[in-house]
Design a protein around this ligand. Structure first.
Ligand SMILES: Cc1ncc(COP(=O)(O)O)c(C=O)c1O
Length: 406
């Protein structure tokens, strides 16, 4: 059996097929008032550009209750998951001619690089490095932006930003860190000052294995402090992939203002076909209304929370003394720093030969902005393997590591 610590997919048994089936039966099996409602439309026809109003209402009721949000349906634009959500957001708010810098927190969710390339921002990529404590050097970021401040060229539209910053604020992939409230506030101040859009990839918000609530979301902070006439500086890019299953392809944008949410919905392909995952968004809306989604989250937090504990115990016991272990408080990942003196490349190769797939740090660089994450780091996903399989593999990984000392 191959054990993969690379894969960020849920274990099959955690996919809530029967609850989704029940939701599908309710959505498709009985006539609903929204069938003739232009704002929501029948689930089997083209949806409105911003998505069904019924579903957006359910998202707000549910999300505001669970995470203390303040969203209204007019500030929500439905998407088909965070990957397309990021693409749509960047297509609608940046321009390769006008957008001068695209900051990405490093280490990063590596597949985001390709999305920046898709929108023509490859050359504009810059990294914002996480420090050892998981925080960023915001003074340095601000100094860089201040230094560049020039007599501003004409803004092509009020929806096009000069800079963009991509981050996963809560239980980051890969580092597991959560941006503290004071840094969120400071980022927002910087964003306002320098025409910067914050693209907050909110993928792991619901997976929290501690009793500490998450800090207030960047979108909520944006709404609370919105200057007169502003469209806002944050797009919260939410997805249901890590809760109900990535195959559903359902997510949403949350913005501080209805104007920005509506602008995001006006992509040509969305205007042509309507909201991109219309039917599936109804299943999700139904599961929010019925409370089925809460059962799923409760179960995931129990299972993943226990796994996080078991994985950590095994890593502390079997991996080289002095290995720094971050993450595991929520989301899918641990981020490890091996002590000096180990050949990370050789460990990765020997583990592969032994049927253990590791994810060494070089995979989590921002394109063209290497920070040397491959010299010491590994990401470990807890989403796929049960604790006993993982413990066995971590033990073997530890033994192999001792044969790869430099
Ligand atoms: C940070 C981050 N963003 C986006 C995605 C992809 O999300 P979706 O399945 O909603 O496209 C993932 C999945 O691993 C992720 O970790």
């Amino acid at each position: 059996m191959v054990v993969t610590f690379f894969r960020g997919h849920p274990t099959d048994r955690l996919l809530p097929a029967s609850l989704i089936l029940e939701a599908a039966n309710r959505v498709l099996g009985s006539p609903k008032p929204y069938s003739n409602d232009e704002k929501s439309r029948n689930p089997l026809t083209y949806g409105p550009d911003e998505g069904s109003y019924f579903v957006r209402q359910q998202i707000c009721k549910w999300y505001n209750g669970v995470l203390n949000g303040t969203a209204t349906p007019e500030c929500i634009n439905l998407t088909n998951g965070a990957s397309y959500g990021a693409l749509i957001a960047l297509l609608r708010t940046t321009s390769p001619q006008y957008t001068k810098g695209a900051y990405v927190v490093s280490p990063t969710y590596f597949l985001i690089n390709g999305i920046f390339e898709d929108v023509g921002l490859r050359k504009q990529l810059r990294s914002l490095c996480e420090k050892d404590d998981g925080r960023y050097d915001l003074d340095a970021l601000e100094a860089e932006l201040a230094h560049e401040k020039e007599s501003s060229p004409q803004k092509p539209s009020r929806f096009t930003f000069r800079y963009v910053l991509y981050l996963v604020p809560t239980h980051n992939n890969p580092s597991g860190h959560t941006v503290p409230l004071e840094d969120r506030k400071r980022l927002l101040e910087i964003a306002r000052r320098y025409d910067l859009l914050i693209l907050a990839d909110e993928v792991y918000e619901w997976l929290n294995y501690t009793d500490k609530p998450n800090p207030t979301s960047l979108t909520t902070l944006d709404r609370e402090t919105l200057p007169e006439g502003s469209i806002g500086n944050v797009i919260g890019n939410y997805t249901i992939s890590k809760v109900l299953g990535p195959g559903l392809r359902v997510g949403w944008h949350e913005t501080a203002t209805p104007e920005l949410a509506y602008h995001l919905s006006q992509l040509g392909s969305v205007k042509s076909g309507g909201t991109p995952a219309h039917l599936n968004t109804y299943f999700v809306g139904d599961m929010m209304e019925s409370g089925a989604i809460d059962k799923v989250i409760l179960n995931l937090n129990t299972v993943y929370g226990e796994r996080a504990h078991a994985y950590r115990a095994a890593m502390e016991k079997y991996l080289p003394a002095g290995t720094k272990i971050d993450g595991g408080n929520g989301g899918y990942f641990f981020w490890l720093r091996f002590p000096n003196g180990y050949d990370i490349h050789a460990i990765t190769q020997k583990c592969k030969d032994a049927g253990i797939m590791l994810a060494p740090g070089q995979h989590f660089e921002v394109t063209g902005q290497p920070h040397g994450w491959g010299d010491h780091h590994f990401r470990v996903s807890l989403s796929y393997h049960e604790s006993d399989e993982a413990t066995e593999a971590i033990k073997k990984w530890g033994e192999i590591s001792q044969t790869c000392r430099k």
